[in-house]
Design a protein around this ligand. Sequence first.
Ligand SMILES: NC(=O)c1ccc[n+]([C@@H]2O[C@H](COP(=O)([O-])OP(=O)(O)OC[C@H]3O[C@@H](n4cnc5c(N)ncnc54)[C@H](OP(=O)(O)O)[C@@H]3O)[C@@H](O)[C@H]2O)c1
Length: 339
Amino acid sequence: MTITTREIHLAQRPTALPGPETYRFVERELRELRDGDVLVENIVLTVDPYMRPRMNDVKSYVPPFKLDHALDGGAVGVVVESRSEALPVGSIVSHGLGWREHAVLAGQYAKRIELNGLPSSYFLGVLGMPGMTAWAGLFDVAGFQPGESVFVSAAAGAVGSLVGQFARLGGAERVVGSAGSAGKVALLVDELGFDAAINYRDGDVMGQVGAAFPDGFDVYFDNVGGDHLEAALEHINERGRMALCGSISGYNDPNPTGPRNMFKAVGKRLTMRGFIVGDHEHVRPEFERKVGQWLRSGELTYRETAWEGLDAMPDAFVGLLTGKNTGKAIVRLREDPTS
Ligand SMILES: NC(=O)c1ccc[n+]([C@@H]2O[C@H](COP(=O)([O-])OP(=O)(O)OC[C@H]3O[C@@H](n4cnc5c(N)ncnc54)[C@H](OP(=O)(O)O)[C@@H]3O)[C@@H](O)[C@H]2O)c1
């Protein structure tokens, strides 16, 4: 059977926000299946912030995307043809060949998922990489303990919205988030159970963080860098811990600014630890058990912003980078087989 797919290639490396010139939509024939291979029809794709630095030609913890090659990233799909005994037709799998409609891959690179009544997109969000990132960063990297206060930036996004809720459910004394609109601030406080939230677009991040934490805080989960990291350095308590997860304020800026008060880390004896989620697999069993439990009990609120169809990938990606998403940004290509 000859299968063609539509996929999105990197046509040009962006220097600021990616635009239409960044991409090329390509239709091509997929190769025949070999022993052990599966053909997957993608159901839902993810856009994630780390994809933006991968569009630059720089050395990092993941290699840059190649010009004139398909972009890749997380996807959940259904196996529609199989030469793998472990993955029969109809299996739902998560894999790394996103930014396209169909993919042929060796079965060992696809992870079978039991949906158990949940939408497949959850495995790109709360039960996938962003959920694990929130869990690993808060508990394993920052060593959060019940009774501590937590500040998290990009708090209405995929990772941040879970960090704040995990902290609350884990017995935090106070949880405050920062986000980029009044609507997101209201969501954090009214629906996600944050004690307070600030809108950084109102300005004076330094003053707003100080006012939100008159007694300081113990843990900062940094998704933003720049002005947020500077404010956190100023107001975090002595011996506070920072999980440095991302720095989205600089991803589209050729000259990103860093905090001007790094010396605060010295006097306050801070621990600042950068991390990559893939290094924390040892916490996965606890993450899956606990988060599954909180989802089933309804204690955890999970939000998504969905775009529809492969053609929407560029809009979804720029939407993610400019705050159009609340919760996890996803692109849905077809209905879930379960619904
Ligand atoms: N270390 C790891 O292993 C790892 C894994 C996953 C993610 N991450 C990092 O975690 C962070 C969050 O990722 P995510 O997937 O959860 O994305 P997300 O928060 O769902 O989406 C990104 C959000 O960033 C905010 N933002 C954009 N520009 C900003 C700026 N200049 N200042 C402040 N906020 C800005 C926007 O919300 P507003 O409307 O609030 O501006 C946007 O919704 C990113 O930095 C990402 O790179 C790291």
